[in-house]
Ligand binder design. Structure first.
Ligand SMILES: NC(=O)c1ccc[n+]([C@@H]2O[C@H](COP(=O)([O-])OP(=O)(O)OC[C@H]3O[C@@H](n4cnc5c(N)ncnc54)[C@H](OP(=O)(O)O)[C@@H]3O)[C@@H](O)[C@H]2O)c1
Length: 276
């Protein structure tokens, strides 16, 4: 398996590009794939599946299940197995109390129904949402307004997710494991914003919203109602305390503790993430 390329989906996303960087450093053959990557791959365009899978021994699977149906991902897994893939590492998500996130469950079940060797990663919310995604522009604008109240989440560093994913893709001993991945302690959004404010010297405010205010604000920005409702649901779970628990997956997979949120903030601030 070590000579076959590893197909990395979502290769320009928050975890995919970090997995690609690690495989590159290890000198392992890989194929970086997504709709805008060197290897074009689109779940919605089956003509892109075969070329991306040709000769691959393992796949880092980011199902993007907000946009792609579990049935499509299941068909992709069948195609992958027929193409000779033996190992799949799936990026899923944490649910409440050790359960799988209900939005991710159909894809997990589809993968577990195959004969492929699988490892499932169930991360908490990523620290990098603050600097590379959803929360970046609000933070740059000086106000992050969310329906999360004073709820706390042990944000996980995408560097840790990529370390676990790379280990599971390239080494034996992770087959059949479900790793719940979180940071070492829960942090509220108010505290997260204060930490970023302090590290950058910028005035940034956290404003708790009602779910209806949040979805209305997203609607005004042109976000489709089903995406706004999904985000409000996921963030509402944090408000209700369902995301607070710390998970031991980084230690189980790698034998070390996860990176603290404070380290992420320090590194991202030093890199100018929140500068204009
Ligand atoms: N962010 C979090 O806090 C978090 C927490 C837990 C779980 N998750 C899960 O992690 C996964 C990744 O989510 P993310 O928001 O963090 O995204 P991301 O990994 O930062 O980006 C995903 C990448 O997927 C590619 N993509 C999008 N639609 C595609 C399609 N139809 N076919 C092929 N590739 C496509 C995009 O690249 P191109 O535009 O180049 O195609 C994008 O760069 C999701 O399934 C999410 O549920 C996220």
């Amino acid at each position: 398996m070590s000579d076959s390329p590893i197909l990395v989906l979502g290769a320009r996303g928050k975890t995919g590009r970090r997995v690609v960087a690690r495989l590159d450093r290890l000198g392992r053959p890989f194929r970086a794939a997504s709709r805008s990557s060197g290897t074009r791959f689109d779940f919605a365009d089956r003509d892109t599946w075969g070329p991306a899978l040709a000769g691959a021994g393992a796949v880092y699977l980011i199902p993007m299940n907000e946009a792609v149906s579990a049935a499509t991902v299941g068909e992709f897994l069948t195609t992958a197995a027929q193409a000779g893939v033996r190992r799949v590492v799936l990026l899923s998500a944490r649910g409440v109390g050790g359960a799988v996130d209900p939005y991710q469950e159909p894809v997990e079940l589809a993968l577990r129904a195959t004969d492929l060797e699988w490892t499932i990663l169930r991360p908490a919310w990523f620290a990098q949402n603050f600097g590379e995604d959803l929360f970046l522009e609000p933070i740059r604008s000086g106000e992050l307004a969310l329906p999360t109240g004073e709820g706390r989440e042990p944000f996980v560093d995408a560097e840790d997710i990529a370390d676990v994913a790379t280990a599971a893709l390239t080494r034996d001993g992770h087959a059949g494991e479900i790793y719940e991945l979180s940071g070492p302690e829960p942090v509220s959004f108010r505290t997260a914003v204060e930490m970023i404010s302090e590290a950058t010297g910028r005035r940034i405010r956290y404003t708790p919203l009602e779910a209806s205010q949040f979805t209305a604000a997203l609607g005004a920005q042109g976000v489709p109602p089903e995406v706004a409702d999904l985000l409000a649901d996921l963030l509402g779970r944090i408000r209700d305390g369902a995301g607070e628990h710390v998970s031991d997956g980084v230690r189980r997979a790698l034998g070390r503790d996860p990176r603290p949120f404070a380290d992420y903030v320090k590194t991202a601030a030093a890199a100018g993430t929140w500068s204009d």
